[in-house]
Design a protein around this ligand. Structure first.
Ligand SMILES: NC(=O)c1ccc[n+]([C@@H]2O[C@H](COP(=O)([O-])OP(=O)(O)OC[C@H]3O[C@@H](n4cnc5c(N)ncnc54)[C@H](OP(=O)(O)O)[C@@H]3O)[C@@H](O)[C@H]2O)c1
Length: 300
């Protein structure tokens, strides 16, 4: 077995650039806490509260959320579970969409809608200032689409000057949009779709790493289509770990600016995911796992 336990708890620590916000590299993504289709109450609201408390007790100090999960529901559960918040907890939220019904995720990107979104988050989380707000482009669904974001980033920078937002991030963006935003204000993180099998952002990740900017993959485990690969299963079996743990450990090894926010509604899965921070993958194993993306590309 070439995977071995070491002392790094939750993948070690990362400080968002130009900030005093330090987080463990394995955090928690709260999207799974709403009901089916990220709509309405979960089947087990008390279980959701217990899961958040278990995460924080285990050392998680980075929670990713949005007021459009539920909508409002996920933030209200976070508030119920954790308010008053531990000083070291960093809650990252996102703006840019509205949910008129369970099926719809519509853009909400005018300065007035972004301002209203900040106030929704503040109210439902019970905060006076949001630690980090990602502007989430609706783009082409789960992938980005080119186009100027200057108006939205300028609006967020105004909200930052008003003291309602500490730091700004972007989600579902291209490298060109990131550069456009950085000409307007400091960007501390980027949250895009990325995992072992979906590696369109490899060059962007390397560029952000050089700048010390966090890259936070959404769908780290494949999201609504969980990762499945015979190579992944084979590596997991040889290392005495689960495939999901290997997928998360691979991300931690991919780049030092990689922060994880795996989502789960299960306390057992939560602990399984957090334990991925203790896996060390050898160069041979990493090369084997790297071949998964090549096989995915070849298959399309
Ligand atoms: N910026 C964006 O546009 C965007 C988009 C999507 C998501 N996000 C954020 O990213 C976070 C992560 O994405 P995600 O939750 O959609 O997808 P994910 O983390 O890739 O996968 C979540 C799915 O994997 C399952 N799972 C989790 N741990 C597991 C384990 N150890 N073994 C087996 N199955 C496991 C979960 O089911 P169980 O509940 O049964 O564990 C759930 O179905 C979200 O929670 C959200 O905060 C952001």
């Amino acid at each position: 077995m070439s995977g071995k336990v070491n002392e790094r708890k939750l993948g070690g620590s990362f400080t968002f650039p130009g900030t005093s916000l330090a987080v463990q590299r394995i955090g928690y993504g709260a999207m799974q806490l709403a009901g089916p289709g990220v709509w309405g109450l979960p089947k087990d609201p008390e279980g959701a509260v217990a899961l958040l408390r278990a995460a924080v007790t285990a050392g998680v100090n980075h929670i990713d959320t949005s007021d459009f999960y539920g909508p409002h529901v996920t933030n209200q559960i976070i508030r119920q579970a954790l308010h008053p918040y531990p000083a070291e907890l960093v809650i990252v939220t996102k703006l840019g969409a509205r949910r008129p019904s369970a099926e719809l995720w519509l853009p909400a990107i005018s300065p007035a809608e972004l301002t209203a979104g900040v106030h929704d988050n503040l109210r439902n989380l019970g905060l006076e200032t949001l630690d980090i707000v990602n502007y989430r482009l609706m783009g082409a669904g789960l992938g980005p689409e080119e186009g100027s974001i200057a108006e939205q980033v300028t609006a967020l920078a105004d909200l930052q000057r008003q003291g309602l937002i500490r730091h700004i991030g972007l989600s579902n963006v291209t490298a060109a949009q990131m550069a456009e935003a950085q000409a307007i204000t400091d960007i501390v993180c980027v949250q895009n779709n990325y995992n072992l099998a979906h590696r369109h952002d490899d060059a962007l990740i390397d560029d952000l790493a050089q700048q010390g900017i966090a890259y936070v993959p959404f769908f780290p485990l494949g999201g609504f289509t969980p990762l499945q690969s015979s190579t992944l299963s084979s590596v997991a079996e040889r290392l005495g770990a689960t495939p999901m743990q290997i997928a998360l450990a691979w991300l931690l090894h991919r780049s030092p600016n990689m922060l994880l926010i795996p989502g789960t509604s299960s306390v057992a899965h939560l602990h399984e995911n957090l334990a991925a921070g203790q896996l060390t993958l050898s160069p041979q194993i990493l090369a084997e796992l790297d071949s998964i993306a090549g096989a995915t590309v070849a298959a399309h």
